[in-house]
Design a binder for this molecule. Structure first.
Ligand SMILES: [Zn+2]
Length: 467
């Protein structure tokens, strides 16, 4: 009997042991199911964000979120452009909320061009493949999974935690941008003191070794300018000295030869300072030099040779489209080009337009805005309140891996929030070899290990900010 009881106890302990060993796996399996469902709902311009928003709302409801804490926002007349905002109630409703922001729409993907179906989650050779597998359904799935687990354990954050899964970040030409739409009509839904967003992960070297964890603070804005020359034209057998195409081309060459001044935001200066010891050769020396003295012209010139470094040091304007003329045997009556300008935080479209007019130096070239005037928020500060929790969580997961702030040369939805007093930081804790995810491109992927580590990082961070 005793033997049998002991045996039973041993067996139970063994079972418990097994149960303990399996607990994280069960949690991971649940997370993976959310991720899979999100990736497999087509949210490209041909698909539906609303379906994804509703699927995630159903999961949150099943986990105990009352309907009153789940809001699906469907823009008028746009039934497939839905967004979901969910709230986990905090102890102090008056404390500034923490916003977890992820877009659920994805760049279009043509099945015939991909090696695998873009809307089937495939795990292969240590990677997850699928459209949105990295950008941005990785973070979206992490946030949904985290909100479910926090609810189930009865976690009461200090402040409200809001999660916004939004549409139209990638597809804003054809789909309503959810963040802008909500901020214009119902801003209290997104109102927060601090937000975690896409925009930066971590960097691995070619061997998969950890180089740096990035935190993105601030981003450039994308303002497009149309240049236009008109001319009476005429017969091409009798050319005249003034020609719309030539006149525009000469202007474009003056813009091409011009460089906007170097200016380092605090995040970019810090980026160079911390990357300097990690970067070999002349580039590392130039990083150290410009971090010490932002007006070091020689260092700036060395760094500017790399397009990614150049892009974070100055405003840039580059010709992206051109059209002109109406017949092969006629002098052009019109020539047009679009300049894609990426403007440093702290500068306005008007300033850049004035500078373009000065550089073009030709009143015959008309300059106008080619897209809606973009908001120009200042970058959010890299305060201790934001960075200390990042440091604590990162030290646990990746001891000795440096934390390196960055500024994005591209734009995210943060531009609609930073200006409204919500400090938005890009951080996922998902490491990759630069360029490896091929987000927006073919066969988008993310390392399996990076996704799970990012999940741990974001969970740790939310718990730190919410305690
Ligand atoms: Zn994205």
């Amino acid at each position: 009997m005793r033997g049998r009881i002991l045996g039973l106890v041993t067996a139970m302990a063994a079972m418990l042991g097994v149960a303990h060993a399996q607990a994280p796996d069960a949690s991971r399996t649940a997370f993976r199911a959310i991720y899979e469902e999100l990736v497999e709902i087509d949210t490209s311009s041909a698909g539906s964000c609303t379906r994804a928003a509703e699927a995630m709302a159903a999961r949150l409801r099943a986990a105990g979120y009352p309907q009153s804490d789940l809001t699906i926002v469907i823009p008028e007349g746009r039934p497939t452009d839905g967004n979901l905002i969910a709230t986990l109630r905090g102890r102090n409703a008056r404390a500034g909320a923490l916003l977890l922001l992820a877009h659920i729409d994805v760049v279009d993907a043509r099945r015939e061009d991909w090696a695998r179906d873009p809307f089937t989650l495939v795990e292969e050779d240590g990677f997850f493949y699928g459209r949105g597998a990295a950008d941005d359904k990785a973070m979206a799935a992490v946030f949904v999974d985290l909100l479910i687990r926090l609810k189930q354990e009865g976690f009461r954050p200090r402040q409200n935690i809001k999660m916004a899964l939004t549409c139209g970040e990638e597809t804003s030409a054809t789909v309503v941008n959810g963040v802008r739409y909500i901020m214009e009509r119902n801003p209290q839904l997104l109102r927060a003191a601090l937000a975690i967003n896409e925009g930066a992960g971590g960097e691995l070297d070619a061997q998969g070794r950890y180089i740096a964890l990035h935190v993105q603070a601030g981003e450039k804005i994308h303002q497009q300018f149309r240049l236009e020359v008109v001319n009476p034209g005429g017969h091409s057998s009798r050319p005249r000295p003034d020609n719309a195409i030539n006149q525009l081309s000469a202007g474009l060459l003056r813009v091409a030869a011009y460089q906007f001044p170097v200016e380092l935001t605090p995040a970019v200066r810090e980026f160079f300072r911390r990357m300097a010891p990690l970067t070999p050769g002349e580039t590392g020396l130039a990083m150290a030099a410009i971090a010490a003295n932002p007006s070091d012209a020689a260092a700036a010139a060395t760094l500017a040779a790399d397009p990614s470094h150049n892009a974070i040091m100055r405003t840039t304007c580059i010709a992206t489209t051109i059209e002109g003329g109406h017949a092969v045997n006629a002098l052009p009556q019109r020539a047009r080009a679009v300049l894609s300008c990426r403007i440093l935080p702290g500068h306005t479209p008007d300033e850049v337009e004035a500078e373009l007019v000065r550089v073009l130096n030709d009143p015959g070239i008309a300059v106008t805005l080619a897209n809606a005037r973009q908001p120009t928020p200042a970058p959010p500060p890299l305060s201790r309140a934001v960075m200390a929790p990042v440091e604590r969580v990162a030290a646990r997961l990746w001891p000795n891996v440096p934390i390196v702030p960055t500024m994005a040369a591209g734009a995210t939805d943060a531009r609609f929030l930073n200006g409204a007093g919500i400090a938005v930081y890009g951080m996922s804790g998902m490491f990759a070899v630069p360029g490896e995810s091929n987000a927006h491109g073919l066969n988008e992927k993310i390392r399996v290990r990076s996704l799970y580590e990012g999940r741990d990082f974001l969970e740790g961070l939310v718990r730190e900010y919410a305690k």
